[in-house]
Design a protein around this ligand. Structure first.
Ligand code: PEP
Length: 252
């Protein structure tokens, strides 16, 4: 019922020519997947427009790695939802672990971003997940509950249905350590039940929950084979066209 979703987070990588080259290779390799997999890439802000152009004849969408919650005005350095819509963005990441733990974003700020993104017509991908110390202290479910509840605070079921959740254990991001399919499935199942409590069974059944954390061609099928893992948010492997395409192939 839930269409698989593969998203690539390019983080602070590529340049003006390599971003277009990567986008063109992805566009030409995804024709077969166009009806069966939702696909998007999230390049750095400055390359969004040229990447959107390079992908315009494909069904690969473009997403931003972040967004600000105000519509316009004296917010130096920030980018609004309407600006992202204007240049062809469909998605935006909100609360990626690097923004939570490197930049210092709070749940309150992330909630404002999610809310503003939806109001501005974007589809947010809300990232949640625990640190290694939190997993070792058996706090995973508590952390994920806090991230999901605070991230979606104040949103009706209708608004929340625009959101995709990405469960990304921080200890697995960019480390080469991947959660086992069972570890990831357990948390995805937990999140789905939490959404049913917060909203209703319909929303919980329909919302897509992606896994992220060192997803690669060699573990993608096993991860996406789990009943509650609806796709992958891919960092490092999304910078290599062949790897990203192999992950999309595994989602079909
Ligand atoms: C990410 O950036 O969201 C991510 C999951 O990175 P990686 O795949 O490199 O672990």
């Amino acid at each position: 019922m839930r269409k698989p979703f593969v998203a690539g987070n390019w983080k602070m990588n590529t340049n003006s020519s390599s971003s277009i080259e990567l986008a063109e290779r992805i566009a030409s390799g995804t024709m077969e997947a166009s009806g069966s997999v939702t696909m998007t890439v999230c390049p750095p802000f400055v390359y969004l427009q040229s990447v959107a152009q390079a992908l315009s004849t494909s069904s690969v969408g473009v997403g931003a790695q972040d967004v600000y919650y105000e519509a316009k005005g004296a917010f130096t350095g920030e980018i609004s939802p309407s600006m992202l819509k204007d240049i062809g963005c469909t998605y935006c990441l909100c609360g990626h672990s690097e923004r939570r733990h490197v930049i210092g974003e709070t749940d309150e700020l992330i909630n404002k971003k999610v809310t503003a993104a939806i109001a501005g017509g974007l589809l947010p991908i809300l990232c949640v997940g625990e640190l290694l110390a939190e997993r070792e202290a058996s706090q995973t479910n508590g952390v994920v509950t806090r991230h999901v509840k605070n991230g979606l605070a104040g949103l009706s079921a209708e608004k929340a249905s625009a959101v995709t959740i990405a469960y990304e254990p921080v200890w697995a991001i960019g480390t080469g350590l991947t959660a086992t399919p069972q570890q990831a499935q357990d948390v995805h199942d937990f999140i789905r039940k939490l959404l049913a409590q917060m909203y209703d069974d319909k929303l919980a059944e329909e919302i897509r929950i992606l896994y992220g954390g060192s997803a690669k061609p060699n573990n993608a099928a096993d991860l996406m084979g789990q009943p509650d893992i609806d796709g992958l948010l891919v960092g490092g492997a999304s910078l290599k066209a062949d790897d990203f395409l192999a992950i999309i192939q595994a989602a079909m």
